[in-house]
Structures are given as structure tokens and as C-alpha cells.
Design a protein around this ligand. Structure first.
Ligand code: PLP
Length: 335
């Protein structure tokens, strides 16, 4: 786990805080709930993609790229963070935004992340749903290359072995924080989407033989597909790091019971989780990822999955800018 062997730019405000959540813990009657604040990574209001972008931008700059191409849903946090980092390094940036959700809601289409994308000078191209968006991004990059540009294509969510190094690093970071304060981490829980966050965490925790189980709460795919995606990426990331023996398939666990009607479509549990965290801890989660992740954790707690004295660390992956894309739902949920 020698991450300094890879090209990297320093972007993140890190280490991000690891905080106890006393009022949420009391409200739920235990287990002991902690939050790792990767919503506070800095650049462009923060979030988990900045961790991956440290290594992705490092590689792009090492290759002499002048134009970054990526893709995501309309309210993609990844696209906003990528556009910001590209701006910060003086690179051009294009994103293909997929109309993954059928909606005419002007807040979803033009506020939140989209508003910030436009402020960042991002060049936006829209795509209808259901295409292979990574293939679309590659094809778009190829046309730019044909026109003489030096292009670096970042896959959706920044989830490839290079991006996942960012979360192998977070595994090191959080383990060192826990060791310093004498916190025994019994479970590590977070929202999983394009798989890079969980893949990197699993690789980092396994490489250090930490014994910390990671649970990804899915926001899009069914369980089999999500676990297969994460495991494949974890194996590739481990290989990139030169770790022998691969990654145990059992180390990759996802629970995809909290997706609801689909990616980015609100659920009642998400609304409850958002209000509960806001009203007990002054903590804003996001409607697409961390809100559904916390909804899953709360439901598992209520079902008696954890002992009262167990310590659970929830990774806050950011995304609060997306709240402004869901104004009507949140206004109702706030009561
Ligand atoms: C992208 C994202 C995730 C999911 O991370 P993956 O690495 O794509 O699985 C979780 N939370 C937020 C806020 C995100 O933007």
C-alpha cells in the first residue's frame, strides 16, 4: 500500500473529521454512530469524488492532458467536482449528462449541481437514458483527439483502479484516526453507486488486515450486480497496488434493499433519514446517495442488526448540492 508511487495532485482538505453523533445515537438507542466527514473534502463544496480525482488528475497531468471528458446523471456530484478540479488546473472539461430520470422539474434540470456546473464553465452535452455512457464518453473523447486535443477520459463516478486508490488511502486515514483515539470500528457503512468508493475501501482495509467489515448500501443496481462490480474493481485496484492474493469475494457486501423505484428517485426512508440527521446533528445528507445509505442503516438498526455497544462509522460521501434539485420533495418531507 505505497500510494506515493502513483501520480497525484493534492486537492482534499484531509484528514476529514471523524465525529461521534450523540443525538442520533440516542434517538435510535444505539449502536454508537460515528460519521467520517468526506462531505468536507474541500474543492467545490467537497464530496467523495475529490478523493478519486487526486489520483485521476495526477494521471491526466502526467499524460499531458488538456481536456477532461467525463459523464454522469444530470445531478451528478462527480461531474461537478470534476469540472471544478479541471478549472482549478486550467484544463478544458466536457461532461455528457444522462437524462437518467424522467422529469420536467426545473429544479432537477437546472438547479443544484447543474447550476454549479454552468458557473464552472463546464461544456455540457446531454444524452437520452439507457446508453452505455462510458462508451459515449470514450467516443466523444475520440472526436476531440481527432481534432488534435490531448484528452483524458474519466469514467462515470471516477470509478476505475486509479480513482479507487483515493479510497484505499481513506481506509488508511480512518484506521489511523481510529487507532489514535482508541475507537474500535465494528462496521463501516456507506452508499455505493459506481463502485469505486467501496472497492478502494475494501482493498485498503483488507491490505491492512483491519478486520473491519464494509457494507455498501446500493442506490442503483440489484445486489448481485453491485457486488460483482465492486469485487471486479477491487481486484483490479489490488493488482494495481501490487497486492498478492486478490480480494476475498466475501469481503464485498452490498445491501440493495433501499434503492426504491430507481436511481435518484426519492424514497420515504431517504426523506426521514435526511430530516433526522438534520434535526439531531445539524448534518445534511444528500437525496441520491448518503440519504438512501443512511435510510438503509437506520432500518438495519431498527431491525436489531447491531449490538448497542458496537461502533459504526458511516461515511458521508457528500452530495448536498443535489438537495436543491429536489426542492419540492424535501419541502413536503420537512413537514
Ligand atoms: C458518487 C457518490 C457516491 C457513490 O460512490 P461510488 O464510488 O460511485 O460508489 C456516494 N455518495 C455521493 C454523494 C456521491 O456523489
Amino acid at each position: 500500500m505505497h500510494l506515493a508511487r502513483f501520480p497525484r495532485v493534492k486537492l482534499c482538505h484531509a484528514p476529514t473529521p471523524l465525529e461521534f453523533m450523540p443525538r442520533l445515537t440516542a434517538h435510535l438507542g444505539g449502536p454508537q454512530l460515528w460519521v467520517k466527514r468526506d462531505d468536507c473534502t474541500g474543492v467545490a463544496t467537497g464530496g467523495n469524488k475529490n478523493r478519486k480525482l487526486e489520483f485521476l488528475l495526477g494521471e491526466a497531468l502526467a499524460q499531458g492532458a488538456t481536456h477532461i471528458v467525463t459523464q454522469g446523471a444530470v445531478q451528478s456530484n462527480h461531474v461537478r467536482q470534476t469540472a471544478a478540479v479541471a478549472a482549478k488546473f486550467g484544463l478544458k472539461c466536457t461532461a455528457l449528462l444522462e437524462h437518467r430520470i424522467k422529469t420536467n422539474d426545473p429544479d432537477y434540470l437546472d438547479s443544484g449541481n447543474v447550476l454549479l456546473d454552468r458557473m464552472l464553465g463546464l461544456h455540457i452535452e446531454y444524452r437520452e437514458p439507457g446508453l452505455d455512457m462510458n462508451a459515449e464518453a470514450e467516443a466523444y473523447g475520440a472526436t476531440l483527439r481527432a481534432a488534435g486535443e490531448k484528452v483524458y477520459v474519466i469514467p462515470g463516478g471516477g470509478s476505475n483502479p486509479t480513482g479507487a486508490l483515493g479510497y484505499a488511502h481513506v481506509a488508511l486515514e480512518v484506521l489511523s484516526q481510529a487507532n489514535d483515539i482508541g475507537l474500535r470500528i465494528d462496521h463501516f457503512v456507506h452508499a455505493t453507486g459506481s463502485a469505486g468508493t467501496q472497492a478502494g475501501l475494501v482493498v485498503g482495509f483488507e491490505a491492512m488486515n483491519s478486520g473491519i467489515p464494509v457494507l455498501g448500501i446500493g442506490v442503483r443496481n440489484p445486489r448481485d450486480k453491485q457486488e460483482a462490480n465492486v469485487h471486479k474493481l477491487a481486484e483490479a485496484t489490488a493488482a494495481k497496488l501490487g497486492l498478492n492474493g486478490g480480494i476475498r469475494r466475501e469481503a464485498v457486501v452490498a445491501n440493495c434493499d433501499y434503492v426504491g423505484d430507481g436511481y435518484g428517485i426519492p424514497t420515504e426512508g431517504m426523506g426521514e433519514a435526511l430530516m433526522l440527521c438534520a434535526r439531531t446533528e445539524g448534518l445534511f445528507l444528500d437525496p441520491v446517495y448518503s440519504g438512501k445509505g443512511m435510510a438503509g442503516l437506520i432500518d438495519l438498526i431498527r431491525k436489531g442488526t447491531y449490538r448497542q455497544d458496537e461502533n459504526i462509522v458511516f461515511l458521508h460521501t457528500g452530495g448536498q448540492v443535489g438537495l436543491f434539485g429536489y426542492k419540492d420533495f424535501l419541502t413536503r418531507a420537512a413537514g
